[in-house]
Design a protein around this ligand. Structure first.
Ligand code: ADP
Length: 170
């Protein structure tokens, strides 16, 4: 980078989420984070209590394709505490995306807890591009479930995977 980013270049950030599936909003945040931090670990949450459409392996594979153009981004998955995962991967920062105001309260709560138990880890919020401000994985799944077009919301390969999932069984 042309900017004086010396310090931040050595910082590893973890970008956690369900990514069920990855949307263009997630790609936008990962791209921004990859420009600011030396290394970004995108971490897929494996939460058996949460009903996911795609398996962790499927979500990881879609992320790897969607973010393959970013050389300093890796994909991993975790269960348990995010701060433990961050520590194991040498990450000093947690990156989260912020969309509309409605994200704020939940994110504020999580960041406060992670600060308390995280032993110095900082949460950094990045604002999404305006066009993705109302985009969520659940909205995309809802549209795809009823046969709507999700192009522009997700990468093309993800749109194909969604169509396959919801194709009526014959
Ligand atoms: P979670 O279940 O942890 O909220 P998500 O996969 O829905 O996981 O989101 C992961 C992260 O990406 C969160 O920080 C969320 O705010 C952010 N995010 C989701 N959709 C968008 C979007 N359209 N623009 C920017 N950030 C987003």
């Amino acid at each position: 980078m042309g900017l004086a980013m010396g310090v931040i270049d050595v910082v590893t950030a973890v970008y956690p989420g369900s990514f069920d599936p990855v949307t263009n909003g997630h790609v936008d945040i990962a791209e921004r984070a990859s420009k600011v931090f030396g290394r970004v670990v995108v971490a897929v949450l494996n939460n058996p209590a949460k009903d996911a459409l795609f398996t962790v392996d499927e979500r990881t594979e879609m992320l790897a394709t969607a973010l393959g153009h970013l050389p300093n981004v890796e994909i991993a998955h975790f269960s348990g505490l995010l701060v433990d995962f961050a520590r194991q991967h040498g990450a000093q920062v947690i990156v989260r995306g912020l969309r509309a105001l409605s994200d704020f309260e939940y994110e504020f709560q999580m960041a406060s807890v992670n600060r308390k138990i995280g032993g110095g880890i900082e949460t950094v919020f990045m604002m999404t591009a305006n066009e993705y401000a109302f985009l969520s994985s659940s909205m995309v799944k809802e549209v795809a479930r009823f046969g709507g077009c999700v192009r522009g919301f997700v990468p093309d390969h993800v749109a194909r995977r969604l169509a396959e999932k919801f194709r009526p069984a014959r």
